[in-house]
Design a protein around this ligand. Structure first.
Ligand SMILES: N[C@@H](CCC(=O)N[C@@H](CS)C(=O)NCC(=O)O)C(=O)O
Length: 196
């Protein structure tokens, strides 16, 4: 399999962490590409986004939730609870984390523009804060299985540390802070830390 990724993308990190946790990393060749400047990516993913996976059969898969679901199925399961409340907790956490990353990426790009719109930056900042507060209401338990929902949350918090360290998401969120301190030292997380 071939994974088109960028080392700074939180969505691509989620896929790489999932692959490592499932024991599939060795079967995936990584192709680093900058989706913002290299439009050859559209020949793989017409949306021009990372991550995109070319499976062994040649099928192209995107976006990150679909790729993670594919890898989970390929490995015979393990990261997405097959049924019951745990499944929906995992999927909701993934959707929340991906949404925070969407808002953080948009805010970062808007903030770099000379004619930036402060009202849009405030809108995305507000969504990030309210999503973090929602996550703090029911943070993953210490020692719980590191499923896809947790992987997505961990990659989201790692992305905020990397791109938006100030104000620190840890302030006023002891539950998330304790849990993240535990999971950020997992080998899958350490081997995918965004480059500084
Ligand atoms: N929903 C997508 C989001 C992917 C995404 O937005 N990736 C960013 C990099 S962090 C990208 O490739 N952006 C390029 C663009 O929007 O043109 C996923 O979960 O895979």
């Amino acid at each position: 399999m071939k994974l088109f990724y960028s080392p700074t993308s939180p969505y691509a990190r989620k896929v790489r962490v999932a692959a490592e946790e499932l024991g599939l990393s060795a079967r995936i060749a990584l192709v680093s590409i900058d989706p913002w400047t290299d439009f050859s990516l559209r020949a793989v993913n017409p949306l021009g986004k990372v991550p995109a996976l070319i499976a062994d059969e040649g099928e192209v898969l995107f976006d990150s939730p679909v790729i993670c679901e594919y890898l989970d199925a390929l490995a015979g399961g393990g990261l997405i609870p097959p049924s019951g409340p745990g499944r929906w907790t995992a999927r909701r956490r993934e959707a929340l984390a991906d949404g925070v990353c969407d808002a953080a990426v948009l805010r970062l790009r808007e903030g770099r523009r000379d004619d930036r719109r402060q009202d849009m930056i405030d809108l995305w900042s507000g969504a990030i804060v309210s999503a973090l507060d929602a996550a703090e209401q029911s943070p993953p338990g210490l020692g719980e299985a590191f499923d896809l929902g947790q992987i997505a949350l961990a990659c989201m918090l790692g992305y905020l540390d990397f791109r938006a360290p100030d104000p620190n998401w840890r302030h006023g969120r002891p539950g998330l802070q304790r849990w993240y301190a535990e999971v950020e030292t997992r080998p899958s997380m350490l081997m995918t830390v965004p480059p500084t």
